[in-house]
Design a binder for this molecule. Structure first.
Ligand code: 5GP
Length: 347
């Protein structure tokens, strides 16, 4: 047994220290980034936010709403192949990831889709990115898709970030147990504080010219700024995007003044009972659900939430004097804190 004693941090453990600067307008900051990917040489420019490949938020409608912001969507893997083919022919397809696990079914479906339409970005997502089988599958998918940008995870440590990039991933997806509807930490005791995971994985990945996507754990726009400050190149969101018109999920209505109004929407983890009943006919005997089901407040179109996120990020960049998103880590000093804010009116 071994104990690591240096502190590991989560978003809630830090705040970003303001820095003196000449920047005085939020509109003067640029929240887009341009990346060249290590294995493909392709270039991408946009707002590096990604909707998670959960069947509630990683939807076609989300991709359409994200397109004007230059943000991306990792489509969930449960769309039928024909619908994916049709969607990948549309003009928003350049900002979507095609998601797969490592089952034969997933790989066969990708091969089928790829015969009909180019698949330019692939999100290889497994709960535990530490298995040898995952690494081998990343190598195989890289060999079979030399021109596709590959994002792979989930992992939380530098040595695994390096291994995945060397195996063929352009972007590593960082975060285990940090998700809003994830119960992995309760069930297994496994996880890693998200901010430290991003700092350590970014350090390792950048050394190999790879990129890092911080996945899970963002609860407010400020957490997104912290993830970028920690060195994340992309930030993936699930819960913060739940409850919108663009989501696929059961909506609960209430009668108010004789009218039926939407008040809540179902949101669940992709390994929850809800998802497993929906797609696999139940939870297999040998495993337990590692996700939960919640109801979030119905929030209308996602555009307003995206504006709040970009507005928060722009303001954050103004506080630290970063004109471009790329400069954010260099201009970030985190201070460790005991509390995030004044909670007097929370009750
Ligand atoms: P959030 O932004 O909601 O905090 O986190 C979203 C991330 O949670 C997803 O991108 C995915 O990595 C993770 N996630 C989604 N569903 C589940 C689940 O059922 N179990 C676990 N362990 N993680 C999940």
């Amino acid at each position: 047994m071994h104990i690591e004693t240096d502190p590991k941090l989560d978003f809630k453990d830090v705040l970003i220290r303001p820095k003196r600067s000449t920047l005085n307008s939020r509109s003067a900051v640029d929240v887009t980034r341009t990346f060249r990917f290590v294995h493909t040489g392709h270039e991408w420019t946009g707002f590096p936010l990604i909707a998670a490949n959960m069947d509630t938020v990683g939807t076609f409608s989300m991709a359409k709403a994200f397109a004007p912001f230059g943000a991306m969507v990792a489509l969930h893997k449960h769309y039928p192949a024909e619908r994916l083919v049709e969607f990948l022919k549309s003009d928003v397809a350049h900002n979507v990831f095609y998601s797969i696990g490592i089952t034969t079914e997933d790989l066969d479906k990708l091969a089928f889709v790829r015969k009909q339409v180019p698949v330019t970005k692939i999100c290889m997502d497994v709960a535990n990115g530490y298995s040898e089988q995952f690494l081998q599958t990343v190598k195989r998918v890289r060999d079979e898709n030399p021109d596709a940008v590959i994002m792979a995870g989930a992992i939380v440590t530098g040595e695994m970030a390096e291994a995945l990039i060397l195996a063929g991933a352009d972007i590593v997806k960082v975060g285990i147990g940090s998700g809003s509807v994830c119960t992995t930490r309760d069930l297994t005791g496994v996880g890693y504080p998200q901010l430290s995971a991003v700092i350590e994985c970014a350090d390792a990945a950048h050394g190999l010219r790879g990129q890092v996507c911080s996945d899970g754990g963002c609860t407010v726009p400020g957490d997104i700024a912290k993830a970028f400050g920690a060195g994340a190149d992309f930030v993936m969101l699930g819960g913060m995007l739940a409850g919108h018109d663009e989501c696929e999920g059961r909506v609960r209505h209430e009668q108010r003044d004789g009218e039926s109004v939407a008040v809540g929407m179902e949101f669940y983890g992709m390994s929850s009972d809800t998802a497993m009943n929906k797609y696999h006919g139940g939870v297999a005997d040998y495993r337990a659900a590692e996700g939960k089901t919640v109801e979030v407040t119905y929030r209308g179109p996602v555009k307003a939430t995206l504006q709040e996120i970009t507005g928060g990020l722009r303001s954050s960049m103004t506080y630290i004097g970063a004109t471009r998103l790329k400069e954010v880590p260099k201009r970030t000093t985190f201070v460790m804190v005991g509390a995030q804010r004044n909670t007097v009116f929370d009750r």
